[in-house]
Design a protein around this ligand. Structure first.
Ligand code: N2P
Length: 357
C-alpha cells in the first residue's frame, strides 16, 4: 500500500514538473493565451520595426495577418473561426461591425495617447464618441499617373481615364466601393447612391472602361505601377505617396468631380482573447514618435496632431495628401448603406470583374 502511495506521489510530482516546464516554454516563446496579440490589418500598413519594438516593450508576441479590402476583412470576421485582438476597418465597415455587434467597446481610460489625435478625426458619424474605434490613418481615393507613359495626358477628372487613348493602361484597386464609387462620381452621382437606375448606369459605365483596364489587383498594384507596367492606377492616396518616392515619373491627383475620403480606425473584435494587450497596442501606436515613424514608413496621412509636427515640412504640407478644405469639401465618406445594398454593390462590381476576364 505504502509503495502504491509513493508511486502516486511520484507521478503527481513529475506531471507537475512537466506542466510547469511546458508552461514556461510557452511563455518564453510568447504563445500562452494572454501573451499573444493577433492583429488583422491592411497589407503594407505598419512599419515592421514598430511590431518588434512593441513586442520588446510589452513582452507580447504579435501574430500578424493582412487583408486588402474591407469586404475581404468583413467576410472573415463575420464568419468567425479566426479570432483577432485588433482589426483596422474603414468608416462604413466600422458602422457595419457595430451594427452587427462584432466589436467591443474601447476603454478610453486605457489610451492616454488619445489626446494626440486631432479632434477633427474624432466623433465622426460612423462611430459617435469613438466608443468602438480609434483613428489610425486617413486618406483619399484618386488617380496615380505616370507622366512618361501617358504622354502628357495628365488626368484631372475621373472622366479622363475613359479616354480610348488609355487602352490597357489602367490598374484598379480591388474594392467594390472604390470602383463603383469612381464610376458613380464620374457620372456626377454620389458614391453612396442607392437608386437602382443610377447604379445600373454606373455598372454599364464600368463596362465601357473595360478596354482601358489592364487588371484589377490587390497590394501588388504598387509594385506594378512603380515598375511602369501601367500608366494609370486608381489607388488609395498613401499607396500613391509610397510609390511616388520610388519613381519620379509618378504623380497623384484627386479628381475634380470629387472622390472618397476614408478613415481607417483600430477596433477590438468581439472574439478578442487579449483585450488588455489590444489597448496597450492602440496606445503604443498613438505615441507621437511611433505614429510619425509609422506614417513615414507607410506613406499614409496621420490623424495624430502631435506626430504630424514631427514629420518633414514638405510631407505635412503636401496638399496631395493633406488636402485643403476646398478639396475636402468635394469628398464624401462611404456611408454604411446596409447589408443588402452593400451586397448589391459587391454583386455589380463582380459582374464588372467577370465581364473584364
Ligand atoms: C494599405 C491600404 C489602405 C487602405 N495598403 C485604405 N483604406
Amino acid at each position: 500500500m505504502k509503495k502504491l502511495i509513493q508511486l502516486f506521489v511520484a507521478i503527481f510530482l513529475i506531471s507537475g514538473i512537466i506542466l510547469f516546464a511546458l508552461n514556461r516554454l510557452n511563455t518564453t516563446q510568447g504563445y500562452s493565451g494572454k501573451n499573444v496579440l493577433n492583429i488583422y490589418n491592411w497589407g503594407d500598413y505598419i512599419d515592421p520595426e514598430l511590431i518588434d519594438q512593441f513586442e520588446k516593450e510589452s513582452g507580447i508576441k504579435v501574430v500578424y495577418q493582412t487583408f486588402d479590402s474591407n469586404e475581404a476583412m468583413l467576410t472573415k470576421i463575420e464568419q468567425g473561426g479566426t479570432t483577432y485582438d485588433i482589426a483596422v476597418p474603414s468608416d462604413y465597415a466600422i458602422a457595419k461591425m457595430i451594427e452587427e455587434d462584432l466589436v467591443l467597446p474601447i476603454d478610453q481610460q486605457k489610451i492616454p495617447n488619445l489626446k494626440n489625435i486631432d479632434p477633427r478625426f474624432l466623433d465622426l458619424s460612423f462611430d459617435p464618441g469613438n466608443k468602438y474605434s480609434i483613428p489610425y490613418f486617413w486618406g483619399t481615393v484618386g488617380i496615380v499617373y505616370n507622366q512618361k507613359l501617358i504622354d502628357g495626358k495628365k488626368p484631372t477628372s475621373w472622366k479622363d481615364i475613359w479616354d480610348p487613348a488609355l487602352k490597357n493602361q489602367i490598374l484598379l484597386a480591388d474594392g467594390a466601393r472604390e470602383v463603383m464609387g469612381m464610376s458613380l462620381n464620374s457620372l456626377g452621382y454620389s458614391l453612396n447612391e442607392t437608386d437602382e437606375t443610377k447604379l445600373q448606369e454606373a455598372k454599364a459605365n464600368l463596362m465601357d472602361l473595360t478596354p482601358n483596364v489592364k487588371a484589377i489587383v490587390g497590394d501588388e498594384i504598387k509594385l506594378l505601377l512603380a515598375n511602369e507596367e501601367a500608366g494609370i492606377g486608381v489607388v488609395w492616396s498613401g499607396d500613391a505617396n509610397e510609390i511616388m518616392s520610388e519613381n519620379e515619373n509618378l504623380n497623384y491627383v484627386i479628381p475634380k468631380e470629387g472622390s472618397n475620403v476614408w478613415f481607417d480606425n483600430v477596433v477590438i473584435p468581439k472574439t478578442a482573447k487579449n483585450v488588455k494587450g489590444a489597448h496597450e497596442f492602440i496606445n503604443f501606436m498613438l505615441d507621437p514618435k511611433n505614429a510619425a515613424k509609422n506614417a513615414d514608413y507607410v506613406g499614409y496621412s496621420t490623424p495624430n496632431k502631435a506626430a504630424l509636427k514631427l514629420l518633414d515640412r514638405d510631407v505635412r504640407e503636401d496638399k496631395r495628401f493633406y488636402p485643403d478644405k476646398e478639396v475636402t469639401d468635394t469628398l464624401e465618406v462611404y456611408e454604411n448603406l446596409g447589408k443588402e445594398m452593400l451586397a448589391h454593390y459587391n454583386e455589380l462590381f463582380l459582374e464588372f470583374k467577370m465581364h473584364k476576364k
